[in-house]
Design a protein around this ligand. Structure first.
Ligand code: PMP
Length: 439
């Protein structure tokens, strides 16, 4: 057993000052049997070290943003530059234009962009823009998709709350919840019925076009095309929440992924971004059709502002991160590593008689302890959380850090190596063997 004395001590202390000892519930170990979470001290590349000096191979990547690994020199230089030249002016800067240009070039549906500080804010404001533009109030979302912690999208939301076994959040007025309709992902019937009933009241249909919050789940062929067509026929806007998916699978977003045959047919009206585009510093962005974005202040009547929005540090880190991702072969390498790792995990689980379903999408994947496929939230819920918790602990003991939730993905970064994959597969083989012995 590796020593985590200091983490345990700090957790005791943290709980006296910070709610639950953590600043985001997804960092707690509540979903994997509880106890002290690990306190990290420093990171470099694909590794981080906890306060007791233990080293881990990191597949959490901070829930997505750390795609170039920890403290990547190019990103670090950008942050140091920002620190030296002023981190916030409360004025416009040229850097913001450069990051906006880069996003627009990679995601052509974004005629206009606005920077905010988190994915939550980005999503929140796409909804406000859609309501302002359509003059309608209702939103349709898909079960299990997580769109941040704004009132409206926490209604029957995904990974965060469902991980904690809370189907919903307290503190959300019924009047707000009644404006949200939740339908199943990956089938069009629920959406069609909702639109038949409430169509002329629906401002927008919001979706994670590739799901990252109940595992990694691909939309079935025709799902996004059908979703866009049904929404449009009802006069509703389409909002893609690409907070996880943008720049995760290739240099661009789901909307431009070569896996989809017809990009025009899956083009959203608005897109929400976050995570990777800030290179590990706080950021969010939203954007889309120029006529809809013209609703936003100071051009239009829909208000949205931010003291920290577009701050030089986040923006420069984001630009630097995207520069690393533009280097040739970067995504191919992450995909090759993810493929070897996912295939190896599957073979190892099979050898040890552990039912495991892996959803791999290019350079990221999720592991579900079940024998059935996972294509929607219900199927993801049907995977064995206790088995996942056991696996999580066994891997942690072997220096492999996974997200502490059965719903979260394994993320490869540009820093992971073949040796890391070998070591992870060895740890997994030992873990699966122990799990097989348990039974
Ligand atoms: N949308 C999606 C798809 C997300 O995965 C997340 C965060 N996991 C958010 C929105 C919220 O982003 P943030 O945590 O930056 O507020």
């Amino acid at each position: 057993n590796i020593n985590r004395e200091k983490s345990t001590r700090l957790y005791e202390e943290a709980q006296q000052h910070i709610v639950g000892g953590v600043n985001s519930p997804s960092r707690s170990f509540k979903a994997v049997g509880g106890g002290a979470p690990v306190f990290m001290e420093r990171g470099e590349g694909a590794y981080f070290w906890d306060v007791d000096g233990n080293k881990y191979i990191d597949y959490l990547a901070a829930f997505g943003p750390i795609i170039t690994g920890h403290a990547h020199p190019h990103v670090t230089d950008a942050i140091v530059r920002a620190a030296r030249t002023g981190t916030l002016f409360g004025t416009a800067t040229e850097h913001e234009i450069r990051l906006a240009e880069a996003l627009k070039t990679a995601i052509p549906s974004m005629d206009k962009v606005r920077f905010v500080n988190s994915g939550t804010e980005a999503v929140m404001t796409t909804i406000r823009a859609a309501r302002a533009f359509t003059g309608r109030n209702k939103i349709i979302k898909f079960a299990g998709c997580y769109h941040g912690h704004a009132d409206l999208v926490l209604v029957a939301a995904g990974s965060g709350p469902s991980t904690l076994g809370i189907p919903d959040s307290a503190g959300i007025p019924p009047s707000i919840a009644s404006e949200v309709i939740t339908v199943p992902f990956n089938e069009l019937d629920g959406l069609r019925q909702a639109l038949e009933r409430w169509g002329d009241e629906v401002a927008a249909v919001m979706v994670e076009p590739i799901v990252g919050n109940f595992g990694m789940v691909m939309p079935k062929p025709g799902f996004l095309e059908g979703l866009c067509k049904l929404a449009r026929d009802a006069g509703a806007l389409v909002i893609y929440d690409e907070v996880i998916s943008a720049f995760r699978f290739h240099y661009g977003s789901t909307q431009t992924l070569p896996l989809f045959p017809d990009h025009e047919a899956i083009r959203p009206d608005l897109t929400a971004l976050g995570k990777i585009i800030g290179g590990g510093l706080p950021i969010g962005a939203y954007g889309g059709r120029a006529d809809i974005m013209a609703m936003i202040a100071p051009l239009g009547p829909a208000y949205q502002a931010g003291t920290m929005a577009g701050n030089p540090a986040s923006v420069l880190a984001g630009i630097a991160c995207l520069e690393v991702l533009r280097e040739p072969g970067v995504y191919d390498r992450m995909e090759a590593l993810a493929t070897r790792l996912a295939d190896g995990l599957q073979a190892s689980a099979d050898r040890n008689g552990i039912p495991l379903t892996i959803n791999r999408i290019l350079g990221a994947f999720s592991t579900h302890f079940c024998a059935h496929p996972v294509t929607d939230y219900e199927e993801a819920q049907g995977s064995d959380g206790e088995r996942f918790a056991r696996f999580f602990r066994l891997m942690l003991e072997r220096g492999i850090y996974l997200a502490p939730s059965k719903y979260e993905a394994w993320f490869l970064t540009t820093a992971h190596s073949d040796a890391d994959i070998d070591q992870t597969l060895e740890a997994a083989e030992q873990s699966f063997r122990e799990m097989a012995k348990d039974e």
